[in-house]
Design a protein around this ligand. Sequence first.
Ligand SMILES: Nc1ncnc2c1ncn2[C@@H]1O[C@H](COP(=O)(O)OP(=O)(O)OP(=O)(O)O)[C@@H](O)[C@H]1O
Length: 347
Amino acid sequence: MIRLQNVSKTFGSGPRAVTALKNINLEVPRGQIHGVIGLSGAGKSTLIRCVNLLERPSTGTVHVDGQELTLLSGEDLNKARHGIGMIFQHFNLLTSRTVFNNVALPLELMGVSRTEIRERVTPLLDLVGLTDKARQYPAQLSGGQKQRVAIARALASRPSVLLCDEATSALDPQTTASILELLQDINRKLNLTILLITHEMEVVKSICHRVSLISDGELVEEANVGDFFTAPRTRLGRHFLNDFLELEPPRALIDRLLDASGEHTHPVVRLGFSGDAVATPLISRLARECGVDVSILQAKVESIQERTLGLMIAELMGDADDTQRAIDYLMAHDLNVEVLGHVQRND
Ligand SMILES: Nc1ncnc2c1ncn2[C@@H]1O[C@H](COP(=O)(O)OP(=O)(O)OP(=O)(O)O)[C@@H](O)[C@H]1O
């Protein structure tokens, strides 16, 4: 449905050139919600704007719905864009138009008749829950309501793809949740393919099926959301996850952590477990089978898209052979084990 192949984008030229995207390959099948998450300046906006050619890639190809957009220009490109809706962080509504007329605007530009416009806009306002606001102006609406208008407007041309550029970043958590619910609802009802960019893990967790991580213009990791939240493969992925879960070792412990193990140290580990491992009493088995005591420093259980995810920071207390055996034992039971460092034993 959306396919980016070897897409790069460089702004400017010469010594001042900025390469915002480097060799991006991304495929989003029909009906999927795909999130791209990254830090500020990583290239998220440039990436999403390359999909509808608001930014033309410097190299590479973009296909949407089987059509190679990078071959098109002028009227053909405009027509192809009718199949791609877009919403923005700051809604981009026309303040001098009513809610109804904002939603009608793309249809007016397409030359759709007044009667047909009415037939198409009315159910869209119903879909986004704004039937009673049709005659109001944007200034009379809350942020969440404005984004609902923008969603209805984006859907007016009956697109098969919706691009969301930080669509909830200007909204409070409760309004964010209701907009995400609406996006999920239209994804299901209309089988709409959604590509969204965000810096918020909550957005990815709530509605995405798959996620890509962008760093310095490159896609560095891609995974199903359940897998990403259970075991991110990159350091940046772990950074996002730990930030989201607020699962960092206590400050006092960080100050005591040594990089290397010594004769009188204990490993401190971060454990991530999901699926069957959540229900298995692994910690008590460690004591019995490996002769290691476990001091739990922090623990959390999260539910992510019908999967349960457990996270724990723990000190494994025992001699070097036993603690290594314990780590091997945990890994053999499909836990994600990260050794954060080592602390001097007090015994
Ligand atoms: N029109 C432009 N001209 C020159 N450089 C640009 C332009 N647009 C983006 N850039 C640069 O490209 C890089 C990626 O920017 P981009 O806006 O895509 O990142 P982002 O991940 O969306 O960041 P943010 O979350 O802060 O919006 C940055 O270094 C930015 O300065």
